[in-house]
Design a protein around this ligand. Structure first.
Ligand code: TXA
Ligand code: MG
Length: 356
């Protein structure tokens, strides 16, 4: 299959091109498109054969449910068994935006879309191309991140092309995304609202709007810590259980006071190079010049956490192209979205962390 890549200017959307993409969705075909978080791989959410194609193209296990993307808040009613009061509040506050809500599904939603679950994840993305694709097609669009299963989520159309070329008919290129990490997922089917995946919308932001406590899935805390007493808990979102986002090279994080981190990473680099390895470092603008490695990438300024989130996946992909054998990274437990950044980075590192 030939993959057509169509450039769309987000500020002046070419409706004819969008109609061509929408027609593919209506035929049950796949179209990759930009959202504000990462690129998605879309198909008609209410048509079972269409979501099956998504699993095939990604090489994704079919028990891992998809997020259904909508273009207006009222569409939540089309797929939810009932719309909880909390969902209304959160939609008013954060939609369109990087928040996914899990609610009980109704009979319209096929089990192929929900990976066999009785619940459905729903999000209204804040990107003009995504919203236009959904509304022009008249469909609700099931879309996981548009990467091959196990690779970092795509933040540019070229990443999608690398993973999906020849596997899907069309990629809409809307340029680099704004946020760079996937949406926050909040589950509204539990006794208390529960964060299943941390993201740009934080626990505090959710609590402020809901006026009640929001808990974090103990399963993700268990995997994000080295505390053995937390071990054995499984994350509730099936996708959070898989090893994810792993670069080809072995990645190790080094955490602690900056001067000590730089010294330790330089020591590790020289040990690895003495063994004949090619070594990469993930640094910040402030520390980039301090490292003596084969490849040093800056993720952004240390106090600019939006930039760190935005560049994370691109850097992991760039390292795959550089073919380094080992990567050492500084740690980025920044104040607001640091939990979301570290959740992704720890996974990429297979939880290898050195404390100095
Ligand atoms: O930002 C995003 O959310 C992007 C863009 C494209 O919208 N999408 C995305 O989709 O990250 P995906 O498929 O890569 O991740 C969806 C996550 C998976 O971990 C999946 O297991 C979880 O959401 N999920 C989906 N439906 C669920 C449900 N009903 N209950 C629990 N977890 C669910
Ligand atoms: Mg994904």
């Amino acid at each position: 299959m030939q993959t057509k890549i169509i450039r769309i200017d987000s500020e002046h959307i070419d409706i004819e091109k969008m109609q061509e993409a929408a027609a593919l969705i209506c035929e049950g075909e796949l179209v990759a498109f930009p959202t504000e978080t990462v690129y998605g791989l879309g198909a008609d959410a209410l048509r079972p054969e269409a979501s099956v194609k998504i699993y095939e193209a990604k090489g994704r296990p079919s028990d891992n449910p998809l997020i259904v993307h909508i273009s207006k808040i009222e569409d939540l009613k089309r797929i939810a068994k009932e719309v909880p009061e909390q969902a209304k509040k959160l939609a008013d506050a954060f939609w369109p935006g990087p928040l996914t809500m899990v609610v009980w599904k109704n009979e319209c939603v096929p089990y192929t879309t929900t990976g066999g679950m009785e619940t459905v994840a729903v999000r209204m993305p804040n990107h003009p191309v995504a919203l236009s694709l959904i509304s022009e097609s008249g469909c609700l669009i099931a879309a996981p991140s548009a990467n091959t299963s196990g690779k970092p989520s795509p933040t540019e159309a070229s990443h999608v092309a690398l993973d999906m070329d020849g596997r899907i008919p069309m990629i809409l290129d809307g340029g680099a995304v704004g946020i760079g990490i996937e949406s926050t997922i909040v589950d509204l089917t539990e006794e208390k609202p529960m964060i299943l995946r941390p993201g740009y919308i934080t626990k505090q932001m959710l609590e402020e709007v809901l006026g009640e406590e929001v808990v974090i899935d103990p399963g993700i805390l268990a995997t994000d810590t080295t505390d053995p007493s937390q071990a054995g808990q499984k994350p509730k979102a099936p996708g959070m259980r898989y090893k994810h986002y792993a670069p080809k090279a072995d990645l190790v994080l080094v955490e602690g006071d900056t001067n000590k981190v730089v010294a330790e990473i330089n020591r590790l680099v020289s040990v690895a190079r003495a063994e004949g390895k090619s070594v990469g470092v993930i640094a910040t603008d402030e520390t980039k010049a301090m490292y003596q490695a084969d490849v040093v990438f800056s993720i952004g300024a240390r106090d600019d956490e939006d930039a760190i989130a935005q560049h994370l996946y691109k850097i992991l992909r760039d390292f795959d192209e550089q073919e380094v054998d080992a990567i050492y990274s500084e740690s980025f437990a920044t104040p607001r979205i640091g939990q979301a950044i570290m959740n992704r980075l720890l996974k990429a590192a297979g939880y290898q962390v050195l404390y100095v």
